[in-house]
Design a protein around this ligand. Structure first.
Ligand SMILES: Nc1nc2c(ncn2[C@@H]2O[C@H](COP(=O)(O)OP(=O)(O)OP(=O)(O)O)[C@@H](O)[C@H]2O)c(=O)[nH]1
Ligand SMILES: [Mg+2]
Length: 251
């Protein structure tokens, strides 16, 4: 079984992409399952085959621990790790080729606390990949793209698994060529930041941009639209390369 974790900031398109990836593999004749790891999910665009909400009920966590909605969400995300065995058993019983795993809406509760790294590390699979979404509705501005680039790098550090950077909501991005170029070429990104925000003068901003250039730090974004399905083929090809390589390493 290959495990694909779909990670990204709130509203970046994780759940819809989970649905599309699961459907994509099904149409290719593979057996895929959609796993919901978001205890706070209210309306999912797919029917999860495995659902963390069967084990962790946000309302119950609020009542049992006398917490407000934010505290309950933090604790619920922490509790995901305690249910790994049950989730693993459920997934294994379905004997999928691919498990597409939709992660909590508030990414920081997954990636920056303990449960996300624990689940990614300890879920048993032949190979694993993380799909990190750069929200296409947000990164068309170069300053926003800089912060998303830093976020992607820090999430990669936290989850310590091969990461595929995806530009979500491709259909909404008017300056697609620019965004792709900026993301992969830090010198171009630096120039775009200065031309769009000449007032960026703080030493920190300059230092961050200089560091990206010095490190040659960039991402080859794969643009994908979950509405038109444009880009799914490229994403599936990138996943296949990473998952196959992961399998060889584990052999
Ligand atoms: N135009 C467009 N809208 C999209 C695309 N993908 C997702 N959306 C919309 O973006 C919103 C959020 O999508 P979700 O798939 O729920 O995103 P999410 O990351 O799971 O959201 P949370 O779990 O709430 O953080 C919804 O209104 C989707 O219809 C896309 O490719 N194109
Ligand atoms: Mg979601």
């Amino acid at each position: 079984m290959h495990a694909i974790f779909v990670v990204g900031t709130a509203g970046s398109g994780k759940s819809l992409l989970t649905l599309n990836l699961a459907e994509w593999y099904k149409t290719k004749g593979a057996h895929s399952v959609a796993v919901n790891l978001d205890p706070g999910a209210l309306n999912l665009p797919y029917e999860p085959d495995v659902d963390v909400r069967e084990y962790i009920d946000l309302q119950e966590v609020m009542e049992n621990y006398s917490l407000g909605p934010n505290g309950a969400m933090i604790l619920s995300c922490d509790l995901i790790a305690t249910r790994l065995n049950e989730l693993q058993d459920e997934i294994d019983e379905l004997r999928p080729d691919y498990a597409i795993i939709d992660t909590p809406g508030q990414m920081e509760l997954f990636a920056y606390r303990e449960s996300g790294p624990f689940i990614v590390k300890n879920l048993r699979a032949d190979s694993k990949a993380v799909v990190f979404l750069f929200d296409g509705g947000w990164v068309s501005n170069p300053v926003n793209l800089v912060s998303m680039t830093l976020l992607a790098a820090s999430v990669q550090l936290r989850l310590a698994s091969p990461q595929i950077p995806v530009l979500s909501k491709k259909d909404l991005v008017k300056n697609l060529r620019d965004v792709i170029e900026w993301a992969s070429n830090p010198t171009a990104l630096e120039a775009a930041v200065y031309s769009s925000s000449p007032a960026i003068e703080s030493l920190l901003s300059r230092g961050i941009l200089r560091s990206l250039v010095r490190l040659g730090f960039g991402y080859n974004l794969i643009p994908v639209s979950s509405l038109t399905l444009d880009g799914m083929l490229n994403l599936a090809a990138a996943l296949s390369r990473i998952l196959r390589a992961g399998e060889e390493v584990e052999d």
